[in-house]
Design a protein around this ligand. Structure first.
Ligand SMILES: Nc1ncnc2c1ncn2[C@@H]1O[C@H](COP(=O)(O)OP(=O)(O)OP(=O)(O)O)[C@@H](O)[C@H]1O
Ligand SMILES: [Mg+2]
Length: 331
């Protein structure tokens, strides 16, 4: 059995808005295994970023609030830590990279200064030792002429190079978990593939677990060992990548699979899931996906199905699957 590095139990994250309280993350459980890459997918607004911000305890205050649950990192509940201890966890144990690297890099300092600052703060490295480590990190993420780039400013680099710098920075203290929220969405496709390849290689080399948030199922297939599919703040399906791709069980996951552009033959129209994600202010009483489902039943309108584990750790939250499963087991 792979050991979990992060275990989320019953996490609820809410926001107070002018129209009332909304539950952006609704009672989710998620396990990330040591050294493995877990994909978190789902349409815009389903709660992926709020999940990652919750893990880092960076949900914007005072409107956002983690109201329930546990986030166990190596069996320690991050929600119990004081701000100072949490700051130590960020950077040392868990790092995060965001979608737009330009906003995370400071334009007035050199690349070397910014990585160096992290190395000094967390590892106490100074002077030549610090500089050499910076250059080594830039080399690791495939930046050509690192001894020159280390003295350059963010605007002198391309988007792909900046994202590599972010990865170097995130990995500078050998974190055990890296949270990457759409790390390559802003990049063009070939650069995207290179950056992902680097992340995958480093994860393997350094045994860093990654929570990879993406819209792109192709990226999941390439990168991940496990996947969780989110819909309207809840996990609706979870399992290892092979089971999810070979045998998607939730109608939402099936819809996501069918709308992958690379599966469409030339001249054929791209399929999409009809309808829209429900507003968090106006959630259906039963299954949140029922209004868009291709196989809705009466019970789906009335009651939210539970996330149930089937074979091989494959979990699904769907009445149709649950009833089918019960029938097959003669219950
Ligand atoms: N600061 C906030 N105040 C109020 N609601 C918020 C806030 N941040 C996020 N939300 C709501 O929480 C829900 C989940 O948002 P989140 O950013 O996690 O979605 P996402 O899955 O990351 O989407 P995307 O794929 O577009 O990045 C959304 O409905 C969003 O409107
Ligand atoms: Mg997001």
């Amino acid at each position: 059995m792979d050991k979990n590095i992060l275990q989320i139990e019953g996490l609820v994250t809410e926001f107070s808005t002018s129209e009332g309280k909304v539950t952006a993350v609704n009672n989710i459980d998620l396990n990330i295994k040591k050294g493995k890459i877990m994909g978190l997918v789902g349409e815009s607004g389903c709660g992926k970023s709020v999940t990652s911000l919750s893990i880092m305890r960076l949900v914007p205050k005072p409107y956002g609030n983690i109201s329930k649950g546990k986030i166990l990192f190596k069996d320690k509940n991050l929600l119990d830590l004081n701000e100072e201890d949490m700051r130590k966890v960020r950077g040392n144990d868990i790092s995060m990279i965001f979608q737009e690297p330009m906003t995370a890099l400071n334009p007035v300092f050199t690349i070397g200064y910014q990585i160096g600052e992290v190395l000094e703060l967390h590892l106490g490295l100074k002077g030549k030792e610090n500089l050499n480590r910076c250059i080594g990190l830039l080399e690791k993420v495939g930046i050509p002429r690192p001894e020159k780039v280390v003295h350059e400013y963010p605007h002198q680099l391309s988007g792909g190079m900046r994202q590599r710098v972010m990865i170097a920075m995130a990995l500078s203290c050998n974190p055990e978990l890296l949270i990457a929220d759409e790390p390559t969405t802003a990049l063009d496709v070939t650069i995207q593939a290179q950056v992902l390849e680097i992340m995958k290689g480093l994860s393997k080399e350094l045994n860093t677990a990654i929570l990879l948030i993406t819209h792109d199922l192709g990226v999941v297939a390439e990168m991940c060992h496990d996947v969780a599919v989110m819909y309207a703040g809840r996990i609706v399906e979870e399992g290892n990548v092979k089971d999810i791709f070979m045998n998607p069980m939730h109608y939402y996951t099936k819809g996501l699979m069918a709308s992958r552009p690379n599966l469409v033959k030339k001249g054929e129209r791209l399929k999409c899931i009809p309808g829209m994600v429900p507003s968090l202010h106006n959630m259906p009483k039963g299954c949140a996906f029922e209004p868009r489902c291709s196989n809705p039943m009466d019970i789906c309108k009335e009651k939210m199905p539970e996330l149930i584990e089937y074979e091989n750790g494959h979990k699904v939250r769907c009445w149709a699957v649950e009833m089918e499963g019960n029938r097959n087991h003669g219950r």
